[in-house]
Design a protein around this ligand. Structure first.
Ligand code: ADP
Length: 498
């Protein structure tokens, strides 16, 4: 391919579209970001306008190219990292979405999942897809669109409608409708992708009434998907990498070998651990998902999400008003040595892995007349760290492999106190890198492998630089007692909402 080696990463997130240009040393040469609107038409519903996603994404890409000062022909490839599970259905001819995109957070299909719930079906879904039956994934969202948008089902059956996750939608728009494809990491979040057989699963498509002609082609994450149409940027650019944001971050953090794990501390927390080249099943209700790899290789990961991570800190700011900005939580929490026995379970929107309890609700336990704001702030940070520790412990149990170090990223990973708490609770070093843009960099690296700038996934290690390592402190005995107490606190929050 071309000899230049800068990469345009499109980082299409839940609240904003971002674009970054990386050079071959992982340095950011230019970037731009634009928020877009979140729509909440009914309780539990969350929608995006796919057309706005496209418009903002293209605008920031053009701005990032401009900011970098590079000529177009110096950009050798595009990589896409995207919010996952968000479901877009559009008309093949007009290119118009048939309705707003249904966002991963949307719970409108909860009842449908409840109706389908029985041990046999759930076991089948788990063994085929590595996922759990939940409205979070695409299958029931697509089904909802076909059932509720007038004429959609017959148009889909006629081959007039296409489904895609956001990567697929962007790819289709970039190529002006020439390529309808996705990558394995995104496919593995639909609840329709058979992980073991590596194909869309006919039985699941049938259960959800989804015509197979709607489904995109599935390719490896590092692959030449096509070229952007000349009119988009001024000249065609190869699209060489696609991955769901969390898998892209795992990759961008250099977790390319079994046993390496990362956690992203954003609104929620997403922990992923590389488990090798075979899709194992978790016994602790973790998800099994495809991970990024070099062309022709296979990689899988266990994933556990904590629904409420940094958003618990937002609640301290906006709900309780005890801090002015998120970063203030660290200094407030540091004014006390411990939580004085207070435990805060931030199950504000239910609990994710390993509990998967949509009916759990938040609780603060152990409050006395001596409890101060600082104890609540400290207990909130601990609540985040305890949840992440539970997920990682499950991963260790299910793989029989100890995590040697946890690599971290995301907004709340700036919080040194939280990172130290995490290292202590895990009794494992926590490593924060200088690569603050791991998600976008993962996509850029995938594209760079396709264009031949990098040959081996291990070359990420040459770019990965440690910012700080948090070594575990504290007595393992005390920590294990506190973790038991945490489990008791979690037990009080389960099945609270009737
Ligand atoms: P997302 O990508 O999910 O929007 P970010 O990675 O931008 O999230 O992180 C933002 C989240 O991190 C917010 O929920 C915020 O409350 C939290 N956060 C940001 N800085 C800190 C901090 N210093 N300490 C604790 N939490 C923080």
């Amino acid at each position: 391919m071309v000899s230049v080696s800068s990469f345009l990463a499109l980082d299409q997130g839940t609240t904003s579209s971002r674009a970054l240009i990386f050079d071959r040393f992982g340095k950011v040469l230019g970037s731009a970001q634009k928020e877009f609107e979140q729509h909440f038409p009914q309780p539990g519903w969350v929608e995006h306008d796919a057309t706005e996603i496209w418009a903002t994404q293209i605008k920031v890409a053009q701005d990032a190219i401009h900011n970098s000062g590079l000529e177009l022909n110096e950009i050798s490839a595009i990589g896409i990292a995207n919010q996952r599970e968000t479901t877009v259905v559009w008309d093949r001819l007009s290119g118009e979405p048939v309705c707003p995109a249904i966002v991963w957070q949307d719970r409108r299909t909860s009842n449908r999942c409840e109706d389908l719930r029985n041990p046999k079906f759930e076991a089948m879904v788990r063994s085929k897809t590595g996922l759990t039956l939940d409205p979070y994934f695409c299958a029931t969202k697509i089904e909802w669109i076909l059932d509720h948008i007038s004429g959609a089902r017959s148009r889909a059956e006629n081959g007039d409608l296409l489904f895609g996750t956001v990567d697929s939608w962007l790819l289709w728009k970039l190529t002006k409708g020439r390529v309808h494809a996705t990558d394995t990491t995104n496919a593995s979040r639909t609840l329709l992708w058979n992980l073991g057989e590596e194909k869309w699963d006919d039985e699941l498509l049938k259960t959800f009434g989804i015509p197979s002609c709607m489904m995109p082609e599935v390719r490896p994450s590092s692959h030449l998907f096509g070229h952007s149409e000349a009119s988009v940027f001024g000249m065609p650019i190869p699209i060489g990498g696609i991955a769901g944001d969390q898998q892209s971050a795992l990759f961008g953090q250099g977790c390319t070998q079994p046993g390496l794990a990362k956690n992203t501390y954003g609104t929620g927390c997403f922990a992923l651990m590389h488990i090798g080249s075979k899709p194992k099943q978790s016994l602790s209700r973790l998800l099994t998902t495809a991970a990024c790899s070099n062309q022709g290789e296979k990689a899988y990961a266990f994933e556990g999400s904590v629904f409420c991570g940094g958003s618990a800190v937002q609640w301290l700011r906006d709900g309780l008003g005890i801090i002015k900005c998120a970063a203030d939580v660290e200094s407030l929490a540091a004014t006390v040595d411990d939580t004085a026995g207070v435990y805060l379970v931030p199950a504000f929107t239910g609990l994710g892995a390993p509990h998967w309890d949509a009916y759990a609700r938040g609780a603060i336990l152990g409050i006395t007349r001596g409890t101060k704001q600082a104890h609540i702030a400290r207990a909130t940070l601990e609540g985040i760290a305890f949840q992440v520790a539970e997920v990682l412990e499950s991963m260790e149990k299910d793989t029989g492999q100890a995590i040697q170090q946890l690599r971290v990223d995301g907004g709340a990973s700036d919080n040194n106190l939280l990172m130290q708490m995490q290292a202590d609770l895990l009794q494992t070093p926590v490593v924060r890198s200088n690569m603050t843009e791991a998600t976008a960099f993962g996509a850029a690296f995938l594209a760079g492998m396709t264009s031949g700038v990098w040959q081996e996934t291990s070359e990420i290690d040459e770019i990965y630089q440690v910012d700080r390592i948090f070594e575990p402190q504290g007595s393992p005995q005390v920590i294990s007692e506190r973790r038991e107490r945490w489990s008791e606190a979690v037990g009080r929050t389960l099945q609270w909402e009737k």
